[in-house]
Design a protein around this ligand. Structure first.
Ligand code: GLU
Length: 367
């Protein structure tokens, strides 16, 4: 079987600074993707750039609250323009691509998840390049993936790819601002923990990600055995160069690949900005394993989430486990610190006595 590799390109890798699709950037990218196929890779592309491709066609709103619909309208215009550029560029290589637009919800629901997986499998079997982006038109706060780095993580897991390459402006991860002459690039980072000691430089102006979201991708994928490579697109043949380790930062995946589909799904579909903080007693109980998370041990609720979302369990700022929440964030806030027997007096028909059931809870590997 060909080696599956997910490649995520940020907006600036495929569009112009002033807005609009960059045909040259896309032609170069496509040329390299074609050469990767000849080297035995099956690339899957996660491409940003819809908003930036379409933004010049929509009046920029003065009110901040209109910003989301502005971006959604821009994406609705920009996405077909972006795809047209990919279709045209691939045509000169006698190749084809397919568009896959998804939201966070699609990965959460098992049936939809399987449909994404099966579609991509069929496309790859037919040598078609899948091009994935978030379905910005229907995304809103609670169902949005958030950024395409996170989307790339979920696609990597869903397709059993062995590597994820995140192309960005900076050539990997540096110990300080890369513009600083003393800055040192992390070259190869062996799998050890959640890289919580690693610091990184700032966000770029276009696109939603930054180094922060890239490190989150590293923290989710390396534990399940996937290599994550971060490197610059501002150089010739960036993908070949990164695959040959001639630059960028390579975060090695756990040598023991996670074989439980459910566990790898739990660790990658988890929402970045949703968690509960637990007290010492609860932390120790979870560490021992085989226990559900009870509302009484919860001290704080952070972010917005729905029943059925995968959230993090934190203790003293460290994420210790992930699991499927039985409550939404408002309900969770209401029942936090309460005994299970008190819940029915706080809520009309509580869906559960536990906050996260032990069958749906996954302890992080470094605990
Ligand atoms: N879906 C957005 C777009 O195509 C990009 C989101 C991101 O860069 O993270 O413009």
């Amino acid at each position: 079987m060909k080696k599956r590799v997910v490649i995520k390109v940020g907006s600036m890798a495929v569009t112009d600074e002033t807005g609009g699709v960059s045909l040259t950037k896309i032609q170069n990218l496509v040329k390299e993707l074609e050469s990767l196929k000849k080297l035995g890779y099956a690339p899957i592309l996660v491409s940003s750039g819809a908003i930036n491709s379409g933004r010049s066609f929509v009046k920029k709103p003065e009110e901040k609250k209109m910003m989301i619909s502005f971006q959604q309208a821009a994406a609705a215009i920009g996405q077909p323009l972006l795809m047209k550029a990919y279709v045209d560029a691939l045509q000169s290589h006698n190749s084809h691509c397919a568009q896959i637009l998804v939201t966070h919800e699609d990965f959460k629901e098992r049936k939809r998840f399987l449909n994404i997986r099966n579609t991509i499998n069929r496309l790859l079997e037919n040598d078609i390049l899948p091009i994935v982006n978030e379905n910005d038109t229907v995304s809103y706060e609670e169902i949005t993936v958030g950024d395409n780095d996170q989307l790339a993580v979920m696609i990597t897991e869903a397709t059993d790819a062995e590597k994820l390459i995140l192309l960005t402006e900076a050539d990997g991860l540096f110990n300080k601002n890369p513009k600083d002459p003393d800055a040192k690039r992390f070259d190869i980072i062996d799998f050890k923990d959640d890289f919580s000691g690693v610091k990184f430089a700032a966000k770029t102006s276009i696109g939603r990600g930054g180094m922060d979201t890239k490190l989150k991708a590293v923290r989710k994928l390396t534990p399940i055995g996937v290599d994550v490579i971060i490197g610059t697109f501002l150089i010739d043949s960036p993908l070949t160069r990164l695959l040959e380790h001639k630059g960028g930062s390579l975060f090695k995946g756990n040598p023991e690949r996670q074989t439980s589909r459910r566990k790898s799904w739990l660790s990658t579909v988890v929402k970045n900005e949703a968690w509960v903080v637990v007290d010492e007693g609860c932390y120790l109980a979870i560490l021992k394993g085989n226990t559900s998370l009870l509302p009484i041990g919860i001290k704080k609720v952070h972010g917005t989430f729905k029943r059925g979302d995968v959230i993090q369990i934190k203790h003293k700022n460290k994420s210790i486990a992930v699991g499927i929440s039985e409550f939404d964030y408002r309900e969770m806030d209401l029942i936090k610190g309460k005994k299970s027997t008190e819940i029915s007096s706080l809520m009309a028909s509580p869906p559960s006595k536990v906050a996260i059931h032990k069958d749906n809870l996954l302890l992080k590997a470094d605990h």
